[in-house]
Design a protein around this ligand. Structure first.
Ligand SMILES: [Zn+2]
Length: 167
């Protein structure tokens, strides 16, 4: 096997340990990049944000077009990172829905009523304090049946009460 000697650390390493065309190995390059970033942090940040500001409309349109063309890629990537960082995503989703609820109190109330009435997954998830993605389907069904049974029992009880009060 041929090896290449790193110009920085002097170690002989496999060629795939070097970025294409580089004389520094990946480890040294990474360290160098990190050091460079720390030394020039402010400059880099201001350059990047300036570039972003200048190119925002173009970039946004380009990005949107790219996302549209690569929908499956975007989806796959999102799913992958969601699986990797479930807590981050959960927190983000919770924040988003809290923000939305704050801005749309009436709709939020209606939607909650609907969730309760239809005994939806998200309602059951909230009741059980288990994220929707982690509740087994059987448990959802079981809980749903239980809730509906309680409701019917209550309705029956109130009907019976009414009747006995009336007579
Ligand atoms: Zn090196």
């Amino acid at each position: 096997m041929t090896t290449k000697t790193c110009s920085k650390c002097g170690e002989a390493k496999a060629p795939e340990m070097f970025p294409t065309g580089a004389n520094r190995c990946r480890v040294c390059q990474k360290l160098y990049n990190a050091e460079y970033y720390l030394l020039h942090k402010e400059k880099i940040i201001s350059k990047v944000s300036e570039y972003a500001r200048k190119n925002k409309p173009v970039k946004t349109v380009q990005h949107a077009a790219w996302r549209e063309r690569n929908k499956w890629k975007v989806k796959a990537y999102a799913a992958k990172s969601k699986a990797k960082f479930p807590d981050v995503y959960r927190e983000r989703a919770a924040k988003r829905s809290a923000k939305w609820a704050n801005a749309n109190p009436l709709k939020q109330k209606q939607m909650r009523a609907k969730r309760v009435k239809n005994v939806t997954q998200s309602y059951i998830s909230a009741l059980l304090h288990i994220p929707v993605s982690e509740i087994p389907k059987d448990l959802i069904e079981l809980k749903r049946e239980q809730l509906l049974t309680i409701r019917i029992t209550k309705q029956l009880a109130s009907i019976i009460k009414e009747k006995s009060n009336g007579s």
